[in-house]
Design a protein around this ligand. Structure first.
Ligand code: NAP
Ligand code: 8YV
Length: 319
């Protein structure tokens, strides 16, 4: 079946209203629904001019090679680590993402996970539901965040929004780790992540995923955080050495964790699920109606700008 509409490969569906707009303007191929993805890619790849990706799923080098007419990858998310940006850059393929619109909801989630972990909110809920309150009396007391030192790995848009929230509840942002010293930021820069972890009781991760950050939160970092320490991850599962984290939680070498992201989503190891000192969330930090609508609209608007020859709204520079 031929059509004049540009052909778009959709790796991840977004909000219904924006999907309807895309359906109207383009000929969509929903790869995520295809029973035989390789067969669909082989059939439509030669005609595909745009790909809709997400923070979780993006085109690798092989998929990009299978789409010789590809012009743009529009990511429904700010993190573009799932996209082979080097392969895109080699072919002059544009990449767009969804910065800013999700910052506040993701920062809310970091605060929520931190408070849930420290105040043992899952246990508290179960204390009521299971009848333990009536049978056993008050739940054991928990940890207060007030006055505790926090370190932030990745003090970008989201990291700064997290810092504002932590200060609002009386926590002390002791410093951040990143590749560069940020001028005008009132917090200490730690070039060494272990040193930062040693100086804080809570480490919050809000940096990009990908090769440069793979496994940088390792045993040394977790042991520096120590037995009173909490880890919160709203960045990417790949940033943490997950088996090392599971061991540290099992052996109480850190006190607790709040995790929105995992190494092999949506598969979360049974050992992690069995622990009661971790709060788990299904990569849902940006998943509010309001924010996801804005993210989806940016996908729509970036594709529209591209096909009209206008400047992209939120281009990601080549690596
Ligand atoms: P951003 O403004 O670009 O901030 C990223 C920060 O990470 C910067 O401060 C940067 O500082 C630091 N960074 C970059 N590479 C680094 C490295 N190799 N080692 C250490 N620090 C590094 O991005 P953002 O909008 O805040 O988003 C941050 C990340 O949050 C995304 O990339 C994504 O992975 C994650 N995220 C997750 C969810 C979720 O659903 N859980 C939602 C949205 C975003 P330097 O440049 O100085 O290193
Ligand atoms: C989303 C994300 O889960 O923005 C990101 O980097 O990981 C999240 O906002 C995702 O992109 C939507 O699928």
């Amino acid at each position: 079946m031929s059509s004049d509409k540009p052909e778009v490969l959709v790796l991840w569906p977004n909000r219904p209203k924006q999907m309807a707009i895309l359906e109207e303007r383009y000929r969509l191929h929903h790869l995520y629904k295809a029973p035989d993805k390789a067969a669909m890619l082989a059939e439509v790849g030669p005609r595909v001019r745009a790909i809709v990706a997400s923070g979780e799923v993006g085109p690798d080098r092989a998929m990009i090679a299978a789409c010789p007419k590809l012009e743009i990858v529009a990511c429904y998310g700010v993190g573009v680590d799932a996209i082979d940006r080097v392969a895109c850059a080699e072919r002059g393929i544009a990449v767009t993402n969804t910065p800013d619109v999700l910052t506040e909801d993701v920062a809310d989630t970091a605060l929520m996970l931190l408070l849930m972990a420290m105040r043992e909110a899952v246990r508290a809920d179960d204390w009521v539901r299971s009848g333990r309150w009536e049978r056993e009396g008050p739940m054991p007391v928990t940890t207060s965040p007030r006055g505790r030192a926090v370190g932030i790995l990745g003090l970008g848009r989201i990291g700064k929004a997290i810092a504002r929230r932590l200060e609002a509840i009386g926590m002390v942002v002791a410093g951040y780790h990143g590749r560069t010293v940020q001028p005008g930021v009132p917090y200490r820069h730690y070039p060494d992540l272990v040193a930062l972890a040693r100086d804080v009781e809570v480490l919050v991760l809000s940096c990009p995923g990908g090769a440069a950050t793979r496994g940088i939160v390792n045993t040394a970092v977790l042991d520096a955080l120590g037995p009173e320490g909490f880890l919160v991850n709203v960045a990417r599962g790949s940033v943490v050495d997950e088996p090392a984290l599971i061991e540290a939680l099992e052996q109480k070498r850190i006190k607790g964790a709040g995790l929105d992201v995992f190494a092999d989503e949506p598969r979360v190891p049974e050992r992690l699920r069995a622990l009661d000192n971790v709060v788990l969330s299904p990569h849902a930090a940006s998943a509010t109606f309001e924010t996801r609508d804005k993210m989806a609209q940016l996908v729509v608007d970036n594709l529209a700008a591209h096909f009209a020859g206008r400047p992209l709204l939120t281009p990601v520079p080549p690596p």
